[in-house]
Design a protein around this ligand. Structure first.
Ligand SMILES: Nc1nc2c(ncn2[C@@H]2O[C@H](COP(=O)(O)OP(=O)(O)OP(=O)(O)O)[C@@H](O)[C@H]2O)c(=O)[nH]1
Ligand SMILES: [Mg+2]
Length: 485
């Protein structure tokens, strides 16, 4: 339908403008009509760096193409899925997600985890199903296209920057770097920061030197397990390495800002970074997401100690409100679209015995509670789940001092030795982890148990692959695409 006010509001629309508007409306209607018959579901897989996005997408696709390990997917259990197949993706300007390469590395000999992602890619998976219920006899099979995008987790950290001015970002970044948890990580940068005068006329050599030592600090922070390491492109510049939009760093604001000074130049570059790099990425990627999956490596953060848990909590609290559906916010303003389902998933749950999974869910829910409250997920259906996209361990129960002890057995990523270990018990009350985290404690309290959560290698392939061994990927798939099948 063409809305009347589209035409009446403009000042003096020329024939060409009107023709263009009509063409666009017709085009949208045609796309809409096409999507009515073959709906497209755009699934967002979001998570910080190393959260498990690439393994998750690979496993989701492998387990949808071969559904023998997917009893929890209702359409499959009801025998209604006739076929699943990969299709050329709709967006010609985006590289294809290297599904075959990632799968090959996971099931290869020896099996390997895929490389960390350095750029954006996309995949379209299509499912042909018999309709349900009353329509069964009336309608032929339907096709659902599922579009999934993968990108480096570091880029997600840039989302909160959209709301900040250079002065606000600088102040927060300097304060964070000086917090006790990060003390020592940015020594060289801090020393240089003491020496430079933000109000002095720009010296490009000095600017580059500052950007370099600041980047080194961000790399050190990430290597120490911290999540909050924005701007994301400083860690993963791709083809932007060395460009002026990446040659800035936080500075204290001088009383008067002149455009020819170091501060003036950095402020302009920060705004250019937001406008030319961050904004297009979020506009193009998040613009039309229907269902969102937020992956969180909660166990990795627990393994790192209270300070990495607090850092993860802060990073998620800064990012998640940006997904707020329907409010007058950057993403909603760009898209006008509401995400209708959000799955919050604790990844790599094969590190602990399944009897601990309810506690992991409780911890994740508590970790994200602030963010969820701020974000006010009105109108969106949410679920919290623990899952493993690729199960690298098996469970085992042994007798220890007369009592059963639950272990997980797997091959260590580092060295390849097979071990069976008790990773530690998560507390019933998540506050026992979040309290010390909020207090900034360096270690978990005595008697808190301690955690042993080493990285495992992917399991050795078991003959012809039948999907991938997983934990609750069928539940995740049911929540994300089940009601569309
Ligand atoms: N045990 C276990 N480890 C996993 C699982 N999924 C991911 N991992 C581990 O987590 C690492 C990171 O997973 P990726 O899927 O590459 O993470 P990502 O979110 O794509 O990371 P970036 O591309 O760096 O943003 C892997 O290399 C594995 O070591 C899982 O289901 N089980
Ligand atoms: Mg990745």
């Amino acid at each position: 339908m063409i809305e009347a006010d589209k035409f009446s509001k403009g000042k003096h629309l020329g024939i060409a403008d009107i023709a263009d508007q009509i063409a666009r409306v017709v085009d949208d209607t045609q796309n809409g009509a096409r999507e009515l018959f073959e709906p497209v579901l755009r699934v967002g897989v979001t998570g910080l760096s190393r959260a498990g996005k690439t393994v998750f997408i690979t496993s989701l696709v492998a387990n949808l193409l071969d559904r023998s390990r997917m009893p929890g997917l209702r359409a499959e259990a009801e025998g209604r899925v006739m076929a699943a197949f990969l299709q050329p993706q709709p967006d010609d300007t985006m590289p294809r997600f290297a599904y075959e390469t990632h799968l090959q590395s996971l099931v290869g000999n020896p099996p390997r985890w895929p490389e960390s992602t350095s750029s954006i890619s996309q995949l379209r998976l299509s499912l042909r199903t018999h309709p349900t219920g009353l329509l069964r006899g009336l309608k032929g099979p339907g096709v659902l296209h599922v579009d999934i995008v993968d990108y480096p987790g570091e880029w997600l950290l840039d989302l909160p920057l959209m709301k900040q001015s250079y002065a606000q970002w600088s102040e927060a970044a300097i304060a964070l770097a000086q917090s006790p948890a990060r003390a020592g990580l940015g020594k060289v940068w801090h020393e240089m920061l003491q020496k430079v005068d933000p109000a002095a006329v720009l010296d490009e050599g000095e600017a580059q030197g500052l950007a370099m030592v600041f980047t080194k600090y961000l790399q050190a922070a990430r290597a120490a397990g911290f999540s909050n390491c924005a701007p994301g492109r400083f860690l993963l510049p791709g083809d932007l390495a060395g460009s002026p939009a990446l040659t800035f760093a936080p500075l204290s604001r001088p009383s008067r800002v002149r455009s020819n000074t170091l501060y003036g130049a950095f402020e302009r570059r920060f705004e250019a970074y937001k406008k030319q790099i961050v904004r297009p990425f979020f506009r193009d990627h998040f613009a039309r997401i229907d269902h969102q999956i937020v992956l969180v490596d909660a166990l990795g953060a627990i393994d790192g100690g209270p300070q990495t848990v607090e850092d993860l909590r802060a990073a998620m609290s800064a990012i998640l409100p940006s997904f707020r559906p329907g409010k007058n916010h950057f993403l909603s303003m760009l898209t006008g679209k509401k995400v209708s389902k959000i799955l919050f998933a604790a990844t790599k749950a094969d590190h602990i015995h399944h009897s601990q999974h309810p506690r992991l869910n409780g911890f994740l829910a508590a970790l994200l509670a602030d963010a969820k409250e701020v974000a006010n997920w009105k109108g969106a259906e949410t679920e919290v789940l623990s899952l493993a996209a690729m199960r690298a361990t098996v469970e085992q129960t042994v007798k220890h001092e007369g009592a059963p002890l639950e272990l997980v057995r797997g091959r260590l990523l580092d060295g390849g030795k097979e071990v069976a270990l008790h990773p530690g018990d998560l507390p019933e009350d998540p506050e026992r982890l979040l309290g010390p985290a909020r207090a900034g404690d360096a270690t978990w309290p005595e008697g808190g148990g301690g955690y042993e959560l080493p990285a495992f290698a992917p399991p050795a392939a078991e003959g012809a692959p039948r999907g991938l061994a997983h934990i609750r990927m069928d539940r995740a798939a049911q929540f994300i695409i089940g009601d569309k099948l």
